[in-house]
Design a protein around this ligand. Structure first.
Ligand code: PLP
Length: 284
């Protein structure tokens, strides 16, 4: 039986209770994180929990646990649910209260929900690359907050899926921002380009790991917006996320990128990334 953490307690999934008045349910009024687990070990947990606290601060929400307590909760979920390779999901909402847009009375306690699941690495996509579709980025202007309001992301991903693609490449008036659930990188003449960490994108933890790997490998990076037309002309393209790691993008809107196969620099970054995670998982 899966063990969940809800409202300060570890509970079997069958027994957990969430109020229908939870503001997460009504308004998407909350924040969340997904932390990868490799061989029972949390990966970049501190970075994810820092971002959870930052996202909460940005929406004026106080998490009723310290970062250390959240880490302990995540670790216990991994252990009790016998997670090998998978992830921990954690969300905090502004609690349950009658449906009024303004914040509820301060006595209403935020609700923390967390669980852990086994989830294999998407090896086929990581090895062979994926096709993506360009979709207009119609989301709000605080995409730096990892909020539960994901309708824009959901609709973009669905549009990509319906076109037989794995991910949407979002653009605002032709300027590429990020994926619906990932960050995007292009490679041109040996240089890596990605949108700067502004309010228009989520500053992905995997994005930050990749930027660090680029610095270590002395690969030149420009955190600078580029257009969809420039994206089509890139030599290589890839996306990053906690669950997708570094996934090559081999075509955009049916147009092959570079050779139409995972690029050399992308594959080198994947190898450098694999060194950071347990060898048995990365297949080394
Ligand atoms: N951008 C968006 C909109 C996302 O939802 C995600 C992850 O879910 C990312 C980027 C990648 O972030 P991370 O590498 O922290 O998983």
């Amino acid at each position: 039986m899966a063990i969940y953490f809800v409202d300060g307690q570890f509970t079997e999934k069958e027994n957990l209770k969430i109020s229908v008045e939870d503001r997460g349910y009504y308004f998407g009024d909350g924040v969340y994180e997904v932390i990868k687990v490799y061989e029972g070990e949390l990966f970049t947990a501190e970075e994810h929990l820092n971002r959870l606290v930052e996202s909460a601060m940005k929406i004026k929400l106080t998490i009723p646990f310290t970062q250390q307590q959240l880490l302990e909760i995540a670790k216990k979920l991994v252990q009790d649910n016998q997670i090998g390779t998978g992830h921990v999901y954690m969300q905090v909402t502004r609690g349950a209260a009658p449906r009024l847009h303004q914040f509820p009375d301060p006595t209403v306690a935020p609700v923390v929900v967390a669980y852990a699941v086994n989830n294999p690495r998407p090896e086929k996509a990581i090895d062979n690359g994926v096709a993506v579709k360009s979709v207009a980025d119609v989301r709000w202007l605080r995409c730096d907050i990892k909020s539960l309001n994901l309708l824009g992301n959901v609709l973009a991903k669905q549009e990509a899926f319906e076109a037989g693609c794995t991910e949407a490449i979002l653009h605002r008036d032709g300027v590429v921002t990020e994926g619906s659930s990932s960050n995007l990188f292009g490679v041109k003449d040996g240089k890596v380009y990605t949108h700067p960490a502004t309010n228009l994108i989520l500053n992905g933890i995997t994005r930050q790991v990749v930027l660090k790997l680029c610095r270590e490998q002395r690969i030149q990076v420009e955190e600078k917006p580029f257009t969809l037309d420039e994206a089509f002309a890139m030599d290589e393209f890839f996306l990053t996320s906690t669950t997708s790691e570094i996934t090559p993008i081999t075509s955009i809107d049916g147009r092959p990128i570079g050779t139409g196969k995972p690029g050399t620099l992308t594959v080198n970054l994947q190898k450098a990334f694999a060194i950071q995670i347990p060898a048995c998982v990365a297949g080394e």
